[in-house]
Each structure stands twice: as C-alpha cells, then as structure tokens.
Design a protein around this ligand. Structure first.
Ligand code: FES
Length: 136
C-alpha cells in the first residue's frame, strides 16, 4: 500500500491541528468500524459580500494517518469558504486534493467532510436558537 506525497505531508505536518478558543461550533464525529474520532472547531466570519464564511477551522483527530491527513486537508479547504460552499465539499474533493488514497482507506476520508458539515449545522442550529430566543 502506497500513499501519495501529499498524504504523507499532511500526516507528518498536519495543518490546523489543535483547538480554537471560543469556537462558534465544536463537534465530534466517529467511525464506528474502527473507533477513530475527529473533533472539529470552527470560527465563523463574514466576507466582503456579507456572507458567512469559515474564518478558522481546527481539528483534533485520534485515528489513523489518513484520518489525520484528511482532517488537515479538509480544514485547509474550509478556510475562507462560505458556509454554503463548505456544505458542498465531499470526500471526493478531499481525496482529489490528497492525490489518491488506497481503496482500503477511502472510508477514512468520509469522516472529515461529514465532520465539518456537522459543525456548520451545529453553528446554524445555535444561531437560529439564539434568534428565536431574541424574538420572545
Ligand atoms: Fe479509522 Fe482510518 S482506520 S479512520
């Protein structure tokens, strides 16, 4: 089994690993098959058009090398994207960014994009709850 240079690079020098102080959302997602866990933190900002964007995304991953590499790439892809754009990112985009993955490791890539979508959903839920509370 061979890994691309990019997979090895993101595994050995993961980008955005760690936590965010006062994040707008934090989620944990796990792979029930292997027990790997990913925790994602996001901070939301706005672009010039006033659209909400991912200002910062960080992760903590307890898992295999591919899980770490995909978390790293996913958080890199997320930065500066609007929330709607980020909801469209799939594991195929992450795999494309990494070059390729061995077939047996494809399942590791589905966690990262799911995790970030889950973080956006958590943020939106929290925001709508705040708005509803304000209206009462
Ligand atoms: Fe579990 Fe890779 S083996 S995510």
């Amino acid at each position: 089994m061979r890994y691309s240079k990019k997979v090895l690079d993101h595994f050995l020098r993961p980008r955005n690993q760690g936590t965010i102080k006062n994040p707008d959302a934090v989620v944990i997602i796990g792979n029930p098959k292997c027990g790997d866990l990913m925790k994602f933190y996001i901070k939301v900002g706005k672009n010039k058009q006033g659209e909400e964007t991912i200002k910062e995304a960080k992760f903590e991953t307890l898992g295999c090398g591919v899980a770490i590499a995909t978390s790293s790439v996913a958080t890199e892809l997320a930065k500066g994207k609007t929330l709607s754009e980020m909801m469209e990112i799939t594991c195929n985009d992450i795999i494309k960014e990494l070059g390729e993955l061995p077939k047996s490791k494809i399942h590791c890539s589905v966690l990262a994009d799911k995790g970030l979508r889950k973080a956006i959903e958590a943020y939106r839920k929290k925001k709508s709850k705040k708005l509803n509370n304000k209206n009462f």
